[in-house]
Design a protein around this ligand. Structure first.
Ligand code: GLN
Length: 231
């Protein structure tokens, strides 16, 4: 019987970077999180299966372009640059950037006056902000910026004092303050909106995702998921 059904089922390969809690992370060997629930809910609504592929954040758009993945669900901010290459859904979450340091060092002002070593995830809007505002301006030497493939490595380096701060999306920083000895010392108002992305011209899939997001918002399911992951 399962053979009969599987002959009719469509699978979409969903690319993510699973060190971005509570949007996507690994728990008991499973990919879980807000984005993962979101895409699985939409899959249930429209009858497609979801196969999650965990790849580095800066490889997501190239993977979409080469057809290795069908959808990006990775807390990805809709930016003008990215919109030139991929098609984004309607926004489903908003965020700003934040500055995260080791717990207890938030009141240590010397971090502002000495040259802090900053960590970011490669290719993120946090990376972009630090590069444009601190490195390209000459405020910080290039060597003070470390780019990581995953936030898990960045947080480990922060806790181990290899770097002094991480610039990352505030909902994710909030989450790390609950699981690791870190704290938030500042918010950078970047007014970002997250969207899922598909390859350009993949209109049917885009429409389905947009309709799915809208239905989840209207039914209250979106709020339910927000309650599940952000309280
Ligand atoms: N929202 C940020 C961006 O789009 C970070 C996303 C992430 O690291 N998963 O660049």
């Amino acid at each position: 019987i399962s053979f009969v059904f599987s002959a009719f089922s469509v699978t979409y390969v969903v690319g993510t970077e699973a060190s971005f809690p509570p949007f996507e992370y690994v728990e008991d060997g499973e990919f879980v999180g807000f984005d993962m629930d979101l895409i699985r809910e939409i899959g249930e609504m429209y009858g497609f299966d979801v196969e999650i592929r965990d790849i580095s954040f800066d490889s997501l758009i190239p993977s979409l372009m080469t057809g290795n993945i069908d959808i990006i669900a990775a807390g990805m901010t809709v930016t003008e640059e990215r919109e030139k290459v991929v098609d984004f859904t309607i926004p489903y979450y908003s965020a700003d950037q934040s500055i995260m340091v080791r717990k207890g060092e938030g009141t240590n002002l010397s971090i502002l006056f000495t040259e802090p070593k900053i960590g970011v995830q490669t290719g993120t809007t946090g990376d972009l902000w630090v590069t444009e505002n601190l490195i390209d301006t000459g405020y910080l030497p290039k060597a003070n910026l470390t780019r990581y493939d995953t936030f898990n490595f960045a947080v480990r380096d922060l806790v181990n004092k290899n770097i002094d701060a991480i610039v990352l999306d505030n909902p994710v920083a909030e989450r790390f303050t609950k699981t690791d000895p870190v704290e938030i010392v500042g918010i950078i108002k970047t007014n970002e909106n997250y969207g899922m992305a598909v390859a350009p011209g993949n209109e049917d899939l885009l429409n389905m995702l947009n309709e799915g997001i809208t239905k989840l918002q209207e039914s209250g399911k979106m709020d339910e998921l927000i309650g599940k992951y952000f309280k």
